[in-house]
Write a protein that binds this ligand. Structure first.
Ligand SMILES: Cc1cc2nc3c(=O)[nH]c(=O)nc-3n(C[C@H](O)[C@H](O)[C@H](O)COP(=O)(O)O)c2cc1C
Length: 205
């Protein structure tokens, strides 16, 4: 294979998407959309998340040290794309219909339509850019919630994964289905949730 050097990019690297849930200072839930998410090891599996700039989600994680990470699927893509479009510092961001519930171990809001949710507690905060407020959070997984029907479905793994329907992002600002179908560009599905919604300042990372 002959290789060529290109400007820094991760555009050929598919990333799993999660929506992070936090409680705002007034006790109401707030959700944002994130893909810079992976795993690390303490004495058990943990999670690492990179958050750019000073977003509502980051403010609340720093304040409460806990949050949920909920797997994005085809079923909730429009809603979660909206969460990645509107700015959590705007008072009306969460003024859309959706179902949430409380975590079973931590005091975090969990997205009901997500088949898998992590309840996360921050173990370490690493600043990667003091000026811009960019941060990496290393987190303990305090609980994993799975959809009961899927868990008990008895489906063979390939079929189960198709049914879960996790969405990935790759190729810049594009969404892809688990089986490779193109699902549109970032901020397009959000228009089904709130027609005319504009990309908030916090979403321009
Ligand atoms: C597909 C997608 C992935 C994103 N991934 C990240 C990410 O990994 N880190 C980040 O800081 N922001 C990411 N964002 C931007 C946030 O979702 C956006 O800033 C959003 O406003 C955050 O919600 P909040 O303002 O309620 O905190 C992403 C946005 C989209 C559409």
């Amino acid at each position: 294979m002959s290789k060529v050097s290109v400007p820094i990019t991760n555009d050929w690297c598919p990333q799993t998407l999660f929506t992070y849930g936090t409680f705002k200072a007034d006790g109401q839930p707030n959700f944002g959309l994130f893909c810079w998410f992976s795993y690390c090891w303490f004495d058990e599996m943990g999670v690492m998340c990179a958050i750019g700039g000073r977003k509502q989600t980051q403010d609340r994680i720093l304040a409460t040290q806990v949050f949920s990470a909920n797997l994005v699927t085809e079923e909730n893509l429009a809603l979660t794309d909206y969460f990645g479009t509107a700015d959590g510092h705007d008072a009306d961001k969460m003024d859309v219909p959706f179902a949430w519930e409380r975590g079973q171990v931590l005091d975090v809001p969990v997205l009901s339509s997500s088949p898998l949710s992590f309840e996360l507690e921050v173990e370490k905060v690493i600043s990667t850019n003091d000026e811009e407020g960019d941060t990496v959070f290393l987190c303990r997984i305090r609980n994993v919630l799975k959809d009961k029907a899927l868990l008990e479905s008895g489906l063979p793994l390939p079929e189960l994964m198709r049914k879960i329907g996790a969405v990935r992002t790759a190729g810049g600002v594009e969404y892809w289905a688990w089986d490779g179908r193109h699902l549109g560009s970032w901020h397009e599905p959000a228009q089904q949730v709130k027609p005319g919604v504009e990309v908030g300042k916090a979403a321009q990372m």
